[in-house]
Design a protein around this ligand. Sequence first.
Ligand code: CA
Length: 228
Amino acid sequence: MMKKVLILEDELNIRSFVVINLKRAGYEVLEAGTGQEALDCLQRYPDIGVAILDIMLPDMDGFEVCRRIRATNKQMGVIMLTARTQEMDKVTGLMTGADDYVTKPFSPAELTARIDALFRRMGGENTVSSEILTHGPFVMNTRNHTLEKNGIRIRLTQVEYAIVKLFMQNPGKALSREDILSAVWGREYDEEKIVDVNIRRLRIKIEDDTNNPSYITTVWGFGYKWGT
Ligand code: CA
């Protein structure tokens, strides 16, 4: 079955450009021009694997669409389309639960690479045998992609899950932002803020006290470490 991608963009020329290129890359593409159309489409096609969300839309902004998706769906890959001049868009988008972002103007190859990476991360572990990782109150099941803390399921996005897994596989080891970027996103960003934002989001979910983190600890001037 073809992998389904949703493109939400009200500017018809950009949307058509994306549609043509994603079809050429072998994806089945669904289109929406407003936030409401996108949400309706996601309800009709629950097997959409990745959604690409523009931010400036006629009815609601792309962040709101992302928030509504994440209220019920943590598994879907979400990529935000951000404007070059709006640095804050990236942080806001990631805080609302997006996995990645692409800055306009973008090349078709760049967008396709990001989508491919999200699909890989979603399906890549189906063939790996069941594995349980434990640390303190945490139990990770890498077959089901679940994380529990004290027996209670913590709902994570794909990216958050990938970061925790990387930490749990490397307990006590200091990981640089660069290490985390290449392991989780599969590439080097020109800036590493994306790691910090995701760590901030994760800490809210898993730490007992976010002001005094004891699981994901900061290694000053370097990166992060799992445990103290
Ligand atoms: Ca727009």
